[in-house]
Ligand binder design. Structure first.
Ligand SMILES: [Zn+2]
Length: 61
């Protein structure tokens, strides 16, 4: 399963339906998150980590 698919699963499990993908960036409530693999090995870990993307601050075109 791709990271993106895992991230989508994670978000939907949280009950969030208002999200979209911009290439490999997850956009929730106007905030962009980069999707990273997580290898912490904790039992509840789903193997994916969302990191708030700093580039969202510089999105003016
Ligand atoms: Zn983890």
């Amino acid at each position: 399963m791709s990271l993106k698919a895992r991230a989508q699963e994670k978000v939907e499990r949280s009950g969030i339906s208002n999200y979209s993908f911009d290439r490999d960036i997850l956009v929730m409530c106007g905030v962009r998150y980069t999707i990273e693999a997580c290898n912490c090995g904790e039992p509840g870990c789903d193997g994916v980590r969302l990191r708030k993307s700093l580039t969202s601050l510089a999105s003016g075109m």
